[in-house]
Design a protein around this ligand. Sequence first.
Ligand SMILES: [Zn+2]
Length: 487
Amino acid sequence: MTTSDQSQRVTTSDQSQRVTTSDQSQRVTTSDQSQRVTTSDQSQRVTTSDQSQRRSSIAHALLARSFLRSRLQPQTLRSRAALETFQARHVLAHLDWARARSRDLAKRFAGRPTSAWRSLAPTDKAAMMASWDDVVTVPVRRDEAMKIALRAERERDFSPTLRGYTVGLSSGTSGNRGLFVASPEERAEWAGAAIARVLPDWLPGLRAHRVAFFLRANSNLYESVGSRRIAFRFFDLADDFSAHLTGLSAQRPTVLLAPPSMLRLLAEATLRGDLALAPTVVVSVAEVLDPVDEGLIRRAFGRVVRQVYQATEGFLGSSCEYGTVHLAEDVAVFERELVAGSAEGAFQPIVTDFRRRSQPIVRYRLDDVLVPRRSPCPCGRVTTALDRIEGRADDLFLLGAARAPLFPDFVRRAVMLADARIDDYRVRQLAPDALTLWVAPDDAYPAAHGALVALCRARGATVSVTRGEAPLREPLRKLRRVERAFA
Ligand SMILES: [Zn+2]
């Protein structure tokens, strides 16, 4: 990100905003309560000469609006009942809009009234990918989007858009990667919501922030967001680590946003004395934050690590000042599909996002397993508080002939508690009766090995545990410490 010194502004009004987003073919309309952007046909087209300027202003207005909404809304939604009323109203309006434009959604409704949306059969990533062209409400076809997204990854150039829309791939494992499309306005909304949630003490005029943002993919939008109060700098995860150290030393960020795997590398560099940073806010994005990393990062920077929980499917949650992740129930409804055999009420969420227009997410089963908190969070928010995000349902271990499920969290705890010195590990399940294990430091291996064997035996399974290879540092791959390698 290079815009920090320029005269760009994020303000709460529509005036005086400047931007550099490059897309065309956007249609805009103003309507009832505020500015609303749509790709539909009733809207008026903005003419070419003013287009770039106009769109830019709109992107910034949306970012500012989303920022404010995210800041203010939690105060207006004081009870669970008020939240649910708010959701119901927004879901109905959104689905009325979306079912008229998404062929797939029209088919799923099959003539039922919009109010019957909870009776729709859930969908998932595979189904979404299979009927992509019918799902989306924008003129972006799967095959061309895929081609552009793959080329962008290969060439590390994320500037090309497709008819004005950003397309990209989630950072899952190959063969299981989700394709997403977003309008500049949706990206602006996302950025506004994310920024709002991670700058807890940000109020106009109070303090300036320098934000270091580590992403797999740059976005022309983020580059365009900057002001005297918030200056962004983008770091590409694919770049050399030494270049990051130089860049960070020059920028001296007050806010550090990165996937936990990168935060950990930066924390290690800090503890070694190779890097001197004093961020006031540290935010983990894009991957689930593992307690083993959280502890080390907190020790290095002296800050509780805040977490933005997101996926291709959108903005899903974020942690509050107590470090508890709350679901983003002001933008989506999360229904629960309980995981069989879980005493803790673990569930896979069925998500219905009532903001996302380009690619409607309606009763979409996420791959993640979430565990709710038993007691309310001390922050008092009425949104669902999580004890933890277990990670992918695909990574539940399946033990023995009965394939009894074992949550990654049990594996994690067994390893971590085996020896207090352990600060990194990998456990892969290769077959119902075979695991591999790697731990650091290496001489903690026997203790961790014993703990894993005992854990499986307590679950009635005899499992052989053998030594796994040391992991490679792969900044572009999602970090999975507990992984199942068979279907
Ligand atoms: Zn809380």
